[in-house]
Design a protein around this ligand. Structure first.
Ligand code: BJ8
Length: 425
């Protein structure tokens, strides 16, 4: 790939050869974690292709869209309503934040004890490793956790960054604030793109994003089957790619994959044997290419059947109401839908506890692994409540706190294996 896309990277002011090391490590991981799986769904070939061209064809598509006058907008959080970006005829891409890359550069600006996800998006940008970020005309950040909201101030020095205010509670006054923030974003997008967000455009964008949610919800529902028809690794990859692939093309591929999965479930075929322990992952998002924990968990002989996370259920769970004809009504629907997100940055956040329990039961999970990135306080503190809620429902939980490095892979394996072992009794 290196020589094929040299010129394209140069246009983005990037040196592709600086990326070669990271790409070859990723290629090796991908081979070990993904391509080595037996009995994989045929539809996963599309995902393999998209991932193999993540820094090639997809970037070319973005450049072509830019040349055609469309703006490219990057995001890091599921609070940013993608529907508005699409309605402004811009392209929305979720940016990489899942690898230990450029941390040395990032630590020149950020404290060492910053969550790996924040260090990663900073590091990718500063070390010149992310063609997605360099393709962006604007990044839309949000005031969720303190680390992110302060990091965006600095990030703005390198890439134009707009910050959307997300309230900390769900009171009526908070809803008003969030609705006004959605309107402020509408105005900012119209100014950036020169396109008006009309009711007709927004209705079309709502339908498009809902269709993708529906296709992903269908895949997630099919994972209720015993034995599980798809590995957690593959499901995570699907949820990760959903953020940066073209939404129409991706949705069509996921609908085909859903048909294949449905057939498998009807035949009673699984990716694992029926007695395999089923686990739900819950907690911090696993941004691409963070595949570490699923690799460890499934290597320990269990199967992941769901992700209570923003790269998973929280991203796809709630559709936006398609009722109403006016822009005002649609903005109300967007406000309500996005405020249903149960991120740990909210207080109180009872809904998340109920969702985890309900999800674990529906997926027939034998246990839950609560995943925490080191230095992420919202999820670390909320983990105590999650643990108590699950204990009351008689669902075992294991707390894992880690980062993106591979240094703790041995102890992680030992802890996960021991947890899976206890589920047999
Ligand atoms: S809606 S989970 S995507 S904020 S892991 S950076 S919280 S210190 S990512 Fe998130 Fe939006 Fe919430 Fe979802 Fe901070 Fe924690 Fe790091 Fe995090």
């Amino acid at each position: 790939m290196t020589s094929k896309y040299n010129e394209m990277w140069q246009k983005l002011d990037l040196d592709i050869s600086a990326h070669a090391g990271l790409l070859s490590v990723l290629g090796r991981f991908y081979n070990d974690i993904y391509l080595s799986q037996q009995n994989r769904l045929q539809g996963m070939e599309y995902l393999d292709f998209v991932l193999s061209e993540v820094h090639g064809l997809r970037i070319r598509e973005l450049q072509e869209a830019r040349s055609a006058g469309r703006r490219i907008i990057g995001t890091f959080c599921v609070f940013v309503p993608e529907e508005l970006i699409l309605a402004a005829d811009a392209v929305c891409v979720g940016l990489c934040a899942g690898a230990e890359a450029g941390f040395e550069e990032a630590e020149r600006y950020l404290p060492r004890n910053t969550c790996a996800l924040i260090k990663s998006f900073f590091g990718f940008r500063l070390a010149g490793l992310c063609p997605f970020t360099n393709s962006c005309d604007l990044v839309i950040g949000e005031t969720t956790c303190d680390g992110k909201k302060k990091a965006y101030e600095l990030f703005n020095e390198f890439t134009p960054t707009y910050v959307m205010e997300v309230p900390q509670s769900k009171r009526e006054s908070a809803r008003k604030l969030f609705k006004s923030e959605i309107k402020r974003l509408v105005a900012a997008l119209e100014e950036l793109t020169g396109n008006r967000i009309s009711a007709a455009k927004l209705a079309g964008a709502i339908r498009l994003v809902n269709r993708r949610r529906k296709a992903l919800q269908r895949l997630n529902r099919l994972r209720e089957a015993v034995p599980s028809p798809i590995s957690g690794r593959d499901a995570l990859l699907i949820n990760q790619v959903a953020f940066y692939d073209d939404p129409s093309r991706f949705t069509a591929s996921m609908e085909t994959l859903g048909d294949e999965l449905e057939k498998r479930v009807a035949e009673g075929t699984g990716i694992v044997s029926p007695g395999t322990k089923r686990l739900l992952l819950s907690g911090c998002p696993m941004a691409v290419p963070n595949w570490k924990l699923p690799f460890v968990v499934e290597g320990a002989g269990a199967v992941i059947v769901g992700e209570e996370s923003c790269i998973g259920e929280r991203h796809t769970r709630d559709p936006v109401s398609e009722e109403g004809d006016t822009l005002e009504e649609m903005i109300d629907h967007l406000t309500d839908r996005y405020l249903r997100i149960d991120c740990a940055c909210f207080t109180p956040n009872h809904e998340r506890l109920d969702h985890i329990t309900e999800l674990a039961r529906r997926l027939k999970a034998d246990g839950v692994i609560h995943y925490n990135l080191q230095f992420c306080q919202p999820y670390a503190i909320e983990a105590s409540k999650v643990e108590r809620k699950l204990a009351a429902a008689d669902i075992p939980m294991l707390r894992i706190e880690t980062d993106y490095s591979m240094q703790d892979i041995g102890p992680l394996k030992t802890r996960v294996e021991a947890f899976v072992e206890t589920l047999n009794f």
